[in-house]
Design a protein around this ligand. Structure first.
Ligand SMILES: *Cc1c(COP(=O)(O)O)cnc(C)c1O
Length: 449
C-alpha cells in the first residue's frame, strides 16, 4: 500500500508531512482544527443574495407544497424543522463523559423535516423545484406572479412527465429527489450505492421511482447517474458533488435558524458565541448551512463538521489540499460505516474550496459511539435519530474534552464567554426510519450506556 504514489508523494511521505494522516489511517478519532480558518481566501462565487433568492423561490412554491404535501399545511408549505432545547441530554453527556459542558445545548431537528425526514429535504427538494420552475416558465405554463399551486393540476403533471431526473445517492438524497420529482410528475431514476438501506429503496419504488442498485460506493453511483443523464437531453442530473442549487437550498437553513434563535431569545454576538456541529458526507449539506451561517453571524459562529473514522473524506481533502483528487480508499481507509448518510469516500471540491476558510474544524467519530448517542438522546429527550444524524454530539463533547478542542477555545479567546454560549447539534435525519429498524439501533446503543 505505502508504495502507492499519490500526487507525487508516497503515503509515507504524506504522513510525514501531515502526521494526522497516520491517526486517520489507524482509524483513530481525531479533532482537527483548520489552519485556514478566518484567513482571507478566495472570494466565493456565491453571495448572501443568492441565498435570499433561494429563500424567495421556496416561498413562491409554498402554496404548491402546502397543497400536495398536506403535512406542511400547518406551516403554510414552508419546509422547516424545530429547534429543540435538550438540557437533559447535556447533563447526561456531562456525566457520561465526565466533562463540563458549559452553555446551552440545542438540537436542530432536521430529522423532523416534512416530506423526506432528513437534511436532504432542504437541498434536494429545492433543486427539483428550481428546475421545475425554469421548465414551466420557459414553456409558458407558469409566471413568477402565479399562485404556484396550479402546478398540481393534471396538465402540469402531464407536461413534467416529458422530462426525467437522475441522481446518485447513499439513500437520503434519493428519497428527497425521488419523492419530490415523482410528485411533480417527472420520471425519476435514483442510482443507489451499496450502503443504501433496503427500506429506502422499497419506499421509493412504492412511489413509482426507478431505483438502480449498484454494488459500488457513492462516487460510482453518482458517476452512473451522470452518465445516464448525459445520454438523454430531456434528463436533468442532480449532481451531489458540485451542485450550486443543492448548496443554496441548504444555506436557506441559516436564515430560518436566525429567526428561531431570536424567537427563543438566544443572542449571538462576541459575548454569546454560537457553535454548530454538522455531520458531513460529500459536504453539500453541512457546507451550505455553514456558508449561510457565516454570512449571517460572521466570526461569532463556529462550525465543525463530523465524519466517521472509516469515511473521513472532507478531512482528507482539506488536510492534503487535494479535495476531490483523493479518496479515502487510496489511503487504505475502507469507507464502510453504519452511518449511511456519511458513507462518502471522495469529497466535493466545490464545497471544500467554498468553506475552506470558514470551517473551524473537523472531528471524526467511531460508529459505535453513534449508537451510544442514539440511546442517550432517546432515553433523555425521547428523540430518535438515525446513526449519521448523531455524529454532531462527538464534536460537541470533544471541543471541551480534547487537547485540540481546548486549544481552539483558547486561541479564539472563547473561554470567558462559554457560559453564555450556544451549541447546536444538527440532527440531520431519522423520522422516516422504520420502527423495527430504529428499535435495533436503540438496543445496540442501550448496551453501551
Ligand atoms: C446526506 C446526509 C448528511 C451529510 O450531507 P452531505 O451533503 O452528504 O455532506 C448528513 N446526515 C444525513 C442523515 C444525511 O443523509
Amino acid at each position: 500500500m505505502s508504495t502507492n504514489v499519490i500526487h507525487g508523494k508516497t503515503i509515507a511521505e504524506w504522513k510525514k508531512e501531515y502526521p494526522i494522516l497516520s491517526e486517520m489511517t489507524d482509524l483513530k478519532e481525531v479533532f482537527w482544527t483548520n489552519p485556514k480558518h478566518n484567513t482571507s481566501g478566495e472570494a466565493p462565487s456565491l453571495t448572501m443574495e443568492d441565498v435570499i433568492d433561494a429563500e424567495k423561490r421556496l416561498a413562491r412554491f409554498a402554496p404548491y407544497i402546502a397543497k400536495v404535501f398536506p403535512e406542511t399545511a400547518k406551516d403554510h408549505g414552508i419546509i422547516e424543522s424545530p429547534l429543540f432545547h435538550i438540557p437533559k441530554m447535556q447533563e447526561r453527556l456531562e456525566g457520561f463523559y465526565q466533562t463540563e459542558l458549559p452553555g446551552n445545548l440545542f438540537l436542530k431537528g432536521d430529522s423532523h423535516l416534512p416530506i423526506s425526514g432528513s437534511i436532504k429535504a432542504r437541498g434536494g427538494i429545492y433543486e427539483i423545484l428550481k428546475y421545475a420552475e425554469e421548465l414551466a416558465i420557459n414553456n409558458n405554463m407558469l409566471t413568477l406572479e402565479d399562485d404556484y399551486s396550479i402546478l398540481a393540476e393534471p396538465k402540469c403533471k402531464e407536461f413534467f412527465s416529458g422530462y426525467s431526473i437522475a441522481v446518485g445517492s447513499t439513500g437520503n438524497l434519493g428519497l428527497s429527489i425521488g419523492i419530490m420529482s415523482a410528485k411533480l410528475g417527472f420520471n425519476v431514476y435514483v442510482h443507489m450505492s451499496a450502503d443504501a438501506k433496503q427500506w429506502k429503496k422499497d419506499l421509493l419504488r412504492e412511489k413509482g421511482v426507478v431505483v438502480v442498485e449498484h454494488a459500488s460506493d457513492f462516487s460510482e453511483a453518482v458517476a452512473q447517474g451522470r452518465k445516464q443523464a448525459d445520454e438523454d437531453p430531456n434528463m436533468y442530473f442532480v449532481d451531489d458533488e458540485s451542485s450550486e442549487s443543492l448548496f443554496l437550498g441548504y444555506a436557506v437553513a441559516a436564515i430560518r435558524l436566525k429567526k428561531q434563535l431570536e424567537d427563543k431569545n438566544v443572542k449571538v454576538d462576541k459575548e454569546h458565541p454560537l457553535f454548530v456541529y454538522l455531520p458531513c458526507g460529500v459536504g453539500g449539506g453541512p457546507g451550505g448551512v455553514t456558508f449561510g451561517l457565516k454570512q449571517i453571524f460572521g466570526d461569532h459562529v463556529h462550525c465543525f463538521f463530523i465524519e466517521p473514522t472509516h469515511s473521513p473524506c472532507m478531512l482528507l481533502g482539506l488536510v492534503t489540499e487535494l479535495h476531490d483528487e483523493v479518496s479515502v480508499q487510496e489511503f487504505g481507509i475502507d469507507n464502510k460505516t453504519e452511518a449511511d448518510g456519511l458513507a462518502v469516500g471522495r469529497p466535493s471540491a466545490f464545497i471544500g474550496k467554498t468553506i475552506e476558510n470558514k470551517l473551524s474544524g473537523i472531528c471524526t467519530v467511531e460508529d459505535e459511539k453513534l449508537f451510544t448517542y442514539l440511546a442517550l438522546l432517546a432515553t433523555e429527550e425521547e428523540i430518535y435519530l438515525e446513526p449519521s444524524a448523531l455524529a454532531g454530539f462527538a464534536s460537541y463533547v470533544q471541543l471541551f474534552k480534547s487537547q485540540a478542542g481546548k486549544a481552539y477555545l483558547n486561541k479564539n479567546e472563547l473561554e470567558q464567554n462559554l457560559q453564555a454560549g450556544t451549541h447546536i447539534v444538527w440532527g440531520t435525519g431519522g423520522s422516516m426510519v422504520p420502527e423495527n429498524e430504529m428499535k435495533r439501533y436503540y438496543e445496540r446503543g442501550k448496551q453501551t450506556i
